[in-house]
Design a protein around this ligand. Structure first.
Ligand SMILES: *Cc1c(COP(=O)(O)O)cnc(C)c1O
Length: 374
């Protein structure tokens, strides 16, 4: 995959290593006991990397099912022939009930108002659902005092099957945070109250999965770890915890210019050359998800060397300072993210440069950047 892809119409592209995703999936599998099911999270188009090829590969690798956020995401996976069980994480919005039934989705339900419409949509074939409980995250979920009534409501509707209770940890990325224990105790209490202890319970994202077996319950929902980034950012990188890097974002030099001392580069003249400089332009910009905050911050790899991004990031272009690098030519490959020989730029490093988390770096790679799989 290292050579620029011949069919790339744009000289800016993303290489996705499906073997690495499979390796990371195997790590999730190994971290849980044999009976615990693993449902890879491939919402937001597989964190921007392409949900369909990832689902196909992880189906072969033995995934038990998948998690998505939206009905639209599930629909495109079903159309591509993905038949495994599919969980809808983001709750039910009015009007999606029919699609949930036809696509055989298992929704997280956090609002009992949606139960009756879902029951009606499920007249042909029962729908399995999970009640989402807010055990302390303070986001999507039924408040604990409402769970008993919700369970009774679901049980009274014959077209609906209550698969189990689910919840989500607020501080899973800090394994020793006291809130993790509190949320687990809360979930266990609700399970005991409702008599659902043995049902299909789920709590763990990547961080929770990797940190404590007490978080595992019946099935786990790893996302970010599959894509090679550490769920414990900024405490570690994926590579440090044994994950394989998945992504390489590449481009090719568009122009090389020799500028005198005191010349300025780009909008707002935010970079001024301090010496006679060789500046190369790259055909990637914020419209591709190369965030504007990376201007005068990031580095890229040219022939395995780290060189700085200079000046502001434009919509379609950035400039890099290649002064002193021998034989930099138009068309030469450049690595924006990922490995180039021994050198690498990790997702965590790019996230830190722009003040965000690895999730957002991946999700923001623009749709116009072609993806290639190897
Ligand atoms: C996105 C998501 C996950 C996956 O989280 P990672 O941190 O990427 O592993 C798990 N559960 C829910 C409810 C989610 O929304």
């Amino acid at each position: 995959m290292n050579a620029p892809h011949p069919s790339s119409r744009r000289p800016t592209w993303l290489e996705i290593d499906l073997d690495a995703i499979q390796h990371n999936f195997a790590m999730a599998r190994q971290a849980v006991a044999p009976g615990v099911q693993v449902y890879p999270v491939i919402k937001a188009n597989g964190y921007g990397l392409g949900a369909v090829p990832i689902a196909q590969r992880l189906t072969e690798a033995g995934a038990d099912g998948f998690c998505v956020a939206l009905v639209e995401e599930a629909d495109s996976l079903r159309r591509a022939g993905v038949t495994l069980p599919m969980v809808l994480l983001s709750g039910l919005t009015a009007g999606v009930e029919e699609a949930v039934a036809t696509l055989h989705l298992r929704p997280f339900v956090a609002n009992t108002d949606r139960l009756l419409p879902l029951h009606q949509a499920a007249r042909q074939r029962p729908v399995s659902l999970f009640l989402k409980v807010d055990t302390g995250m303070g986001r999507l979920g039924l408040a604990v005092p409402k769970v008993m009534a919700a369970v009774a409501q679901v049980k009274a509707l014959p077209n609906l099957h209550l698969a189990g209770l689910v919840s989500h940890l607020a501080c899973a990325d800090e394994p020793d945070h006291p809130t993790n224990v509190k949320q687990r105790l809360c979930l266990d209490q609700v399970l005991a109250q409702t008599g659902l202890t043995g049902s299909s319970v789920s709590l763990a994202n990547s961080a929770a999965l990797l940190s404590r077996s007490a978080n595992h319950y019946a099935w786990v929902r790893p996302g970010i770890m599959l894509y090679g980034a550490s769920p414990f950012f900024p405490a570690s990188t994926g590579r440090e915890i044994g994950l394989r890097p998945v992504v390489r974002w590449c481009t090719r030099i568009l122009q090389v210019s020799d500028l005198p001392t005191g010349a300025t580069v780009g909008y707002g003249q935010t970079f001024v050359t301090q010496r006679p400089s060789r500046i190369a332009l790259l055909p990637v910009g914020y419209a591709d998800g190369y965030n504007r905050l990376l201007g005068n911050q990031a580095v890229v790899l040219v022939t395995g060397q780290r060189v700085p991004v200079v000046g502001r990031v434009s919509m379609d272009m950035i400039a890099i300072d290649v002064t002193g690098l021998p034989a930099v030519t138009v068309g030469q490959p450049v690595t924006l993210l990922g490995e180039e020989g021994e050198a690498f730029i990790d997702i965590e490093e790019m996230a830190a440069w722009r003040g965000t988390i690895p999730y957002e770096v991946l999700c923001n790679v623009g749709e116009r950047v072609p993806r290639y799989y190897g």
